[in-house]
Design a protein around this ligand. Structure first.
Ligand code: HEM
Length: 362
């Protein structure tokens, strides 16, 4: 269970030489420290209303109530395992070991956005797929993706303000529409992004959802050349539109029940599609889509064949920090990346509290 989690590397089960372990831990520590520093920078530590990790966590508490032992966001989820068969097609652009032709172990997690671990499954709720690629030699890669085409905000401050604007009003127990309107009036980028998100086709389940990394990154080749990229996992399971009857049927876990049943029947597969940005494409703003027609690479296929609950599952003690990157994948100038890294780290360290029955949000 989450209470046993003490290792932000996910408690790797493979034996590594001690030197490699130290290098790996030092690298992860450096990433986390860098992220915390960057987060301080984005939030404006010198300003009076500075956005610290604690304030961000308090924002989640205000929005969702207290659910000890669970992730502060994407709290309802299941663990999965499987593998990635690299096609080798991304290798000329990225020297990362994961892209050499061959098979790599994967530990993943499917979840619903939101900090309430017992929320009722619903069509509009953002679905996520998080993956941890484990190539031999310890050069792992972690990524978290959502089934939306763009993100709703482009800064840590925007994320925090949106969280508060959607929080229940203590007087009514419901979000106050005027508060959200006020937030939107100051964030035209969110208004534009929500219009794009609202038009997306929603599929019938996790298995036939496309998941998008949303933030831009950079691939670094063996020759040192660097290109901007975004990535997605595109299902081989055919698209079927979500029907109103699914949610209305009254099963509050219908999305997760279907996912678990499908994985138990047969493995599920997604193609890992990498989109290459052209000069001028925005890399620092996840609310902005890249133009259609950009070059895409089929980097390989993710296969998921095992599923388990989060209590003791392989993903439970994993922090899907988007800055845990192998040599060959680098962060872009998107400020969300360092903000995410810092928030996930604090969410991770708060998780070990024993899981109890969760208290409903106000
Ligand atoms: C400033 C912006 C953001 C903040 C503060 C934030 C915060 C969080 C937090 C606190 C968690 C739980 C972490 C844990 O305990 O392991 C989480 C999970 C997650 N977030 Fe974000 N997030 C942000 C932006 C994004 C963006 C842009 C994406 C784009 C794909 C994203 C995708 C995910 C996913 C997939 C998970 C679930 C990971 C898992 O299954 O463990 N988030 N987020």
């Amino acid at each position: 269970m989450a209470g046993d989690a003490g290792d932000s590397t996910g408690g790797g089960k493979r034996a590594l030489p001690i030197g490699a372990v130290i290098v790996r831990l030092a690298a992860i520590g450096a990433v986390l420290l860098g992220a915390v520093a960057a987060f301080a920078g984005v939030g404006g530590f010198l300003s009076p209303g500075r956005l610290t990790q604690d304030r961000m966590m308090a924002g989640f508490g205000e929005a969702n109530g207290s659910h000890p032992g669970f992730r502060r966001n994407h709290a309802k989820g299941v663990c999965v395992t499987g593998w990635f068969d690299s096609s080798g097609q991304a290798a000329p652009l990225s020297k990362a070991a994961v892209f050499r032709p061959g098979r790599v172990k994967v530990v993943g997690r499917f979840a619903l956005a939101g900090g309430m671990p017992f929320q009722v499954d619903a069509p509009a709720t953002v679905r996520s797929m998080a993956l941890r690629f484990l190539p031999p030699g310890g050069e792992e890669w972690r990524t978290g993706m959502n089934n939306i085409p763009v993100f709703a905000v482009n800064s840590a401050k925007g994320f925090y303000e949106q969280l508060l604007a959607g929080s229940p009003d203590p007087a009514t127990g419901k979000p106050d529409p005027a508060r959200m309107q006020e937030f939107l009036s100051r964030h035209p980028e969110t208004v534009r992004a929500l219009a794009i998100i609202g038009k997306r086709p929603v599929s019938s389940g996790f298995a036939n959802s496309t998941f998008n990394g949303l933030d831009a990154f950079r691939f670094i080749g063996a020759d040192g050349a660097s290109v901007p990229v975004r990535w997605s996992t595109v299902p081989l399971q055919p698209f079927v539109a979500e029907s109103a009857a699914q949610a209305a049927a009254g099963d509050k876990n219908y999305l997760f029940d279907a996912l678990i049943a499908e994985i138990r029947r047969h493995p599920l597969q997604w193609r890992l599609v990498v989109t290459i940005g052209a000069p001028g494409d925005p890399t620092d703003d996840a609310t902005l889509p890249w133009p259609e027609g950009r070059k895409q690479i089929d980097a390989g296929t993710v296969t998921i064949d095992q599923v388990s609950g989060e209590d003791g599952g392989d993903c439970t003690a994993v922090n899907y920090d988007p800055m845990v990157l192998p040599s060959g994948i680098a962060p872009s100038d998107d400020p969300l990346l360092s903000a995410r890294s810092a928030a996930y780290a604090r969410s991770f360290t708060l998780r070990p509290a024993r899981r109890g029955r969760s208290r409903p949000a106000r």
